[in-house]
Design a protein around this ligand. Structure first.
Ligand SMILES: [Zn+2]
Length: 323
């Protein structure tokens, strides 16, 4: 996790705190105009608090009694304020700041430990910065061109395309996971990124990772090369949709195979969907990642991509070659 993410999350927490305080101040002003007695009581409260502090630090014999008496005064003033508020039709906590997070009072820490609200913000911002690097929002369904596909491939891709559009339109946490299968340059990345950008527009958090990057990151975290309080698995757990692009392009080793199994398992356990793109056939997946892995993927909706490598067609067209 980058320092920048932590700073940004802390800034948001601080802004929440400031807003809660400013709004409480506004309510206090409103009440002091409408119920002047409360204003008097609050001023008295401030004075008793100062007196309590002074008594605590004094070495006088009767300090203990003085503190008790002041605390009692304090308590009855608070009760009187609550009473006045309710009889005037306000909730009794009307003057207290309303924090976004009641656990930490928008300070980000509870007993010196990072609060869950701070951690959630860091995860959200980390996912956002991932996506900004990948420029997901630049890709959309409208740029997908079916005219590059001919014959049977065209009919097949028409079905795939409309499935993907519908998937994005009706997406929820219960949506099915997808396995996009097919050769290089058939539009798997394009359509999965289009789903991602459509969902992000609707406010969903989407984590897009290319397999080689993902496994490199996991390995660095596992062997302690990254100073991460929040690691990639936290992001994978938190995102509404996780997309792993180009599965099979990563190095083939036991670590990666286990890591992939853990990811699929994690998403299945929390019942959140995932999209996996791969050039590998079922047989190759089984050989590479074990049968156990393959049986997990059987619950995925499999989309077969057909056609001829679009990048090659485009290149041929660009250089005036016939296809
Ligand atoms: Zn908190």
């Amino acid at each position: 996790m980058r320092k920048e993410t932590f700073r940004r999350a802390m800034k948001t927490v601080q802004e929440r705190y400031d807003t809660a305080q400013a709004e409480a101040e506004k309510r206090r002003f409103e009440i002091s105009c409408k119920i002047p007695e409360i204003d008097t009581l609050i001023s008295a409260l401030t004075r008793t608090c100062t007196s309590i502090t002074r008594a605590v630090f004094s070495k006088e014999e009767n300090a203990k009694h003085a503190i008790e008496r002041l605390m009692q005064e304090n308590l009855s003033a608070q009760q009187r304020i609550k009473q006045l508020l309710t009889t005037n039709g306000y909730p009794e906590d009307y003057l207290l700041p309303r924090y976004t997070c009641s656990r930490c009072g928008d300070t980000g820490y509870v007993d010196g430990i990072q609060c869950t609200c701070l951690k959630e913000l860091m995860i959200q911002y980390e996912i956002e910065s991932f996506n900004a690097q990948n420029q997901i929002s630049a890709v959309s369904f409208s740029q997908f061109d079916l005219s590059y596909y001919n014959g049977d491939a065209h009919a097949q891709m028409e079905r795939v395309f409309s499935f993907c559009k519908q998937y994005a339109a009706q997406f929820s946490q219960d949506s099915v996971s997808i396995l996009m299968q097919g050769g290089v340059g058939l539009g798997k990345t394009h359509l999965s990124l289009s789903i991602a950008s459509a969902l992000m527009e609707k406010g969903h958090s989407v984590l897009y990772l290319s397999a080689p990057d993902l496994f490199r990151k996991l390995q660095n975290e596992y062997y302690g090369k990254a100073d991460a309080k929040i690691d990639t698995m936290d992001l994978i757990r938190a995102a509404d949709l996780v997309i792993i692009d180009d599965l099979g392009a990563e190095l083939e080793n036991q670590f990666n195979s286990m890591a992939f199994y853990n990811i699929v398992n994690l998403r299945q356990n929390i019942m959140h969907p995932m999209i996996i793109n791969t050039n590998l056939s079922f047989k190759e997946i089984e050989q590479r990642y074990s049968q156990r892995m393959m049986s997990r993927l059987l619950s995925y909706r499999c989309l077969k991509f057909a056609g001829t490598d679009i990048r090659q067609i485009k290149m041929r067209l660009q250089y005036g070659l016939s296809s």
